[in-house]
Design a protein around this ligand. Structure first.
Ligand SMILES: [Zn+2]
Length: 390
């Protein structure tokens, strides 16, 4: 099938997202990766450099034909990140490559309400404005992540009560010309892994599944397309109406069996204690054989949920991040068995490969920063409102 012609925005997006995900590239492999002649690439790089989005260092290439320029994203582009979780609102300013220049953490009240969360955002945005103003820094993008931000209505039903529209208005008031994008935490963590994990397992379309406070996924598509990141609510697949109650109000959702709170209950530890142990829990908390059996059953259900998702929308790759990634290969096999048990034709016939990546929680606002970087790169570094024909 002949390829669709790309618009100028898409060609620039292909270059910038490739640089974001690779961390930098010499010209010949970059031209190949984004399917451009070196002459065409040269013209676009000239523009991107003039706009301060990329930089190029003359460096001997590690192959015949060097020296050439090592192209990377410009380190002086400043992005702002705000990441909300059940404990804090963390704000920060950082670079396209993930370097943090400033972070501040504001604690959430014990029982957050729409109003108090709104005030917290107001305080955070004020700090951000003061910090950037003092240093005469102009932000290129603001990325904001909110747990459970829904896909059904743009601003629907977050897990922590907050009025996203109102927060959007505050941003518009304080940072009039800066593009702002909201997403849910899982989409942001998926973006973080794709942009910052060395040797990330997939470069083409795949499903990213995160198992933490909740269970959710993201379809990771072609970064130059509008629908490059799409939330998938696979955590609320119901496995028996007599099962444990889920925070969504239903009973027996896969999330009610496999989220961190459910895991804490199974391990008979407090959720806070489990969070504090982080990845250490695997070696610190002893499992009875009954616990392990139950754990395998739950992981099997997680596998079923993933397999069912792939039955609906097939794709070749799945990345699982979160607590299951910390388990031994023998324990994780239950996830694979679950996928095999429901995926039509099984995993081998469907040619699905599965990779586990470590959880990325506790590093906020790195996920929001990666999301901001992705937003800027995927719109080709062009103004947010710019619309153009292909
Ligand atoms: Zn549910």
């Amino acid at each position: 099938m002949p390829e669709q012609p790309r618009s100028r925005r898409q060609t620039r997006a292909a270059i910038l997202t490739h640089l974001l995900q690779s961390g930098g590239s010499f010209r010949p492999p970059l031209a190949k990766a984004v399917r451009l002649s070196e002459a065409s690439l040269s013209r676009i790089l000239f523009d991107l450099k003039a706009e301060g989005l990329i930089e190029e260092v003359r460096r001997p290439a590690p192959y015949v034909g060097g020296p050439t320029g090592l192209v990377s994203l410009d380190g002086s582009v400043a992005l702002a990140a705000l990441e909300l979780n059940s404990q804090w609102l963390t704000l920060g300013v950082g670079s396209l490559s993930g370097e943090m220049h400033y972070t501040e953490r504001l604690p959430l009240p014990k029982k957050p309400a729409m109003e108090t969360v709104g005030r917290l955002f107001h305080e955070a945005l004020g700090l951000l404005r003061d910090w950037t103003r003092r240093r005469r820094i102009t932000l290129a993008q603001i990325g904001i992540t909110i747990p459970g931000l829904g896909r059904l209505s743009e601003f629907g039903n977050p897990i922590i009560p907050c009025d996203v529209e109102q927060i959007g208005d505050m941003v518009a008031e304080l940072f009039a010309d800066v593009p702002v994008a909201f997403t849910n935490s899982v989409v942001a963590h998926a973006t973080f892994h794709r942009c910052r994990t060395e040797d990330y397992p997939f470069s083409d379309a795949h499903l990213f599944v995160f198992v933490g406070q909740g269970v959710a996924g993201t379809w990771m598509g072609d970064p130059i397309e509008e629908d490059a990141l799409q939330p998938v609510e696979l955590g609320h697949m119901v496995f028996g109406t007599g099962g444990p109650r889920c925070r969504c109000g239903h009973h027996g959702c896969v999330e009610a069996y496999t989220s961190l709170p459910a895991l804490a209950e199974l391990l008979r530890v407090g959720e806070a204690e489990l969070l504090q142990l982080g990845s250490e829990w695997v070696t610190t908390i002893p499992l009875t054989s009954r616990m392990r059996q139950e754990l395998h059953q739950r992981l099997f259900r997680l596998g079923l949920a993933i397999g069912n998702t792939l039955n609906v929308k097939p794709c070749r790759g799945v990345v699982v991040s979160g607590w299951p990634s910390l388990l031994s290969e023998a324990d994780r096999k239950a996830v694979i068995d679950g996928i095999d048990a429901c995926l039509l034709g099984g995993r081998t016939l469907a040619q699905v490969s599965l990779a586990f990546v470590p959880p990325s929680t506790g590093n906020d606002p790195q996920a929001a920063l990666a999301f901001a970087a992705f937003c800027l790169a995927s719109r080709g570094g062009m103004p947010a409102a710019s619309t153009e024909a292909a």
